[in-house]
Every structure is written in C-alpha cells, then in structure tokens.
Design a protein around this ligand. Sequence first.
Ligand code: PLP
Length: 403
Amino acid sequence: MAMFTPSEAPAAFSPSPRVLLGPGPSEVPPRVLAAMGMPLLGHLDPEFVNLMDETQQLLRYVFQTKNRLTMAVSGTGSAGMEAVVVNLIEPGDPMLVCVNGVFGGRMVDVAERAGAKVSVIERPFGEVFDPDEVRDAIRRVRPKVVGIVHAETSTGAWQPIEDIARAAHEADALIAIDTVTSLGGVPVEIDGWDIDAVYSGTQKCLSCPPGLAPVSFGNRASDVIAQRKTKVQSWYLDMSMIQRYWGSDRFYHHTAPISMNYALREALAIVVEEGLESRIERHALNARALKAGLAAMGMRLVTDEQHALPQLTCIRIPDGIEDMPVRKRLLHDWGIEIGGGLGPLKGQAWRIGLMGHGSRQVYVTLLLAAMETCLRDLGLPIHAGAALAAASEVYTQDAASPV
Ligand SMILES: *Cc1c(COP(=O)(O)O)cnc(C)c1O
C-alpha cells in the first residue's frame, strides 16, 4: 500500500506544451477545452438531455445521414468498433473483414470475440482494396456483415467505399465502416453511400479529446438489431438499451461522461461553423503543402499518392536514419509529437497527422522546419530551406487560384 503524508501530495499536473501532429489525439481548440471545464449537470438534467439531442443532430450533419439511431457511445473509437460489431453479430454469424492495416486487424479480433465466423481478405500495408476483389469475396463468403476501414491510420491509405457498399447489398450483406480517422477530414457520406453501420472517434479530425465514439445505424442495421435472437454479448454496448437513454424514454443505462459530451458538442459546433466542405478543403490544402515539403527532402510515401489520406501522411524513414532519435528530438526541442510505424512498419515509417485543428499552415511550417533541421544534422543531403520553399509554393499557388 502506498502511503502519503499531506506534504507529499502531488502538485497540480501541468503538462508541457505540445503540438500534436501524430495519429491522434490531435490538437484541441481552446473553446473545446473550456467546455470541459464547465460545471457538471446531472445525466438526466433537462439541460443535459437537450445537449444530447443537439449532439445527435450535429452528428447527423457530420455523418451526412438522417439515421435516427445516431449517437455517441461512451468510450473511445475502439468502443465504437465493438458497439457496431457486437450489436450486428450473433454467435456463428459469418462476417467478412477487409484487412490492410492494424485497425482492420483489430476488427477481426473484435468480431472473433463476438463469436462471428470471420473470413478475412488482405492487402499489404499501404494498399487499398479493389471493389471487384471484395465483391468476389462477398460472393464466396456470403457474410451477414462486411467490415472495412475507410481511413487506415496505420498506413495513411484512403479506401473508396461506395462500390464496396453496393457489392455488399447485392449479396444482402450489411456494410459496416470505420471512420475514426476520416470523419471531419475527408468526405463521409453515410446516406449517400448507403452505409448500414458506422463508428468514429472524437480525437482525430473532430479535434476533441478522446472519450466518445459517434455511431450511426441505418434502417437495415436497426432491423437486424431489433430482430436478434440472442442478447448482445456486451451489456455496456447494447444499443437496444443505450438508445432508450438517448431516445425519448431517457431510461437510465449508465452515467454519461458529462464533460466529454460538453466537449463533443462544442467540437461539432466548430465543424458546423467552418462548414464540412471548407474543412475538407483545408485538410486537402495543408496535406498538399506538407507532402510537397516532404518530397523536397526526398521522402517517400508508404501509400500511393492516389490513395493517400490528407489528414494522415505515412512516410518511409530515410535509409540510414533511426526512428526514435528523430522523434525524441522533435518532442524535446520543438514539443512536436509525430507517430511511429505500427505492425510491419514499426521502425520503418513515420506518421504525420494534420487532423482537425492541427491541419494548419503554421504547423506544417513548424514541422517541416524541425524535420529538415533534424535530418540535415544527421547528415542527409537536403538543401537548406528546400522543404519550406516547396510548401510555401503550394500555399502561394492556392491563394492565387480562382475560387
Ligand atoms: C484511432 C483509431 C481507432 C481506435 O480508436 P481509439 O480511440 O484509439 O480507441 C480505430 N480505428 C481507426 C482507423 C483509428 O484510427
């Protein structure tokens, strides 16, 4: 047992300033942090209930859906993944999961634990699936649910979804997609693409701290949940009970994380203020500038340019350069966090996130300057100022282009 005397009480925690340019959590606007400091309301207080209703409306906007069953599950993005899987799957149900990175792999694990009979198709890390190969697999497996990641944060790969959704429906399967990293950064069209179930997280392009998982279920998925023969394997994530709290019953299920819900409402209000379209364009512009700067330093993307996400850029670590010393120096000298490689890319790649509030010219400039300094000090033959000049040209061209 740890013993403390009063004088040994830890001082108030005071984190060092950081610029979060990794795979999440991302930079959070001060207005969102301030919302978290507001006094608590009870989880059934009429004002809190009203905030939940507003949040549902805001989530329908960011997901571009009319789905009634749209809400924020308590827990991080992985809780959203688990909520979607355990509510749609009953033991023995066939599920097809497309794996081209770490998060597709996680979906396999979650589905197996939920008792699904899982079939997997794979693509190497960095690649995306062709709709025809997924259609073939769907015809072979005849799954109840097809699971796929829209924005694979472990590789920066941006998976086109629409044709795969169509292929799933041709075979009467449901399509469930992971939009943890895509939501708020690239187009996510739940109704337009006819997606049955979707989950996301708050700490990537929504620029809110981690802690909630927005989810949405369409009519087909809601019917599947309503017609289950067995109880959902997770008590906590059972949507039939959670929806009674988010719906007009206001039935107590668990105490909502009040402050997190304040933060999400604020973060979504900021998305509305900016407008989804402008937000997506901003992500695209800053990514172009970042990639121009990285290319000017001779760095190569892990993903084809054509399928590279704007909000998460995964680059190969140059030959002869070690991963950790560079990331340590970025953190120590500039306060910048970027991500390392995951799975087979561990030690081989860096992941740079320009997500939400973090997707700004000032951060692109800071990161490129810091990275160039590090790499030149380590002896890479990079022309001084080359990275910033390349990025700056992208911004200049953009300012000059007709709107
Ligand atoms: C971050 C992430 C998750 C997991 O979210 P957590 O909030 O870390 O639980 C799942 N899928 C993708 C694609 C992610 O980027």
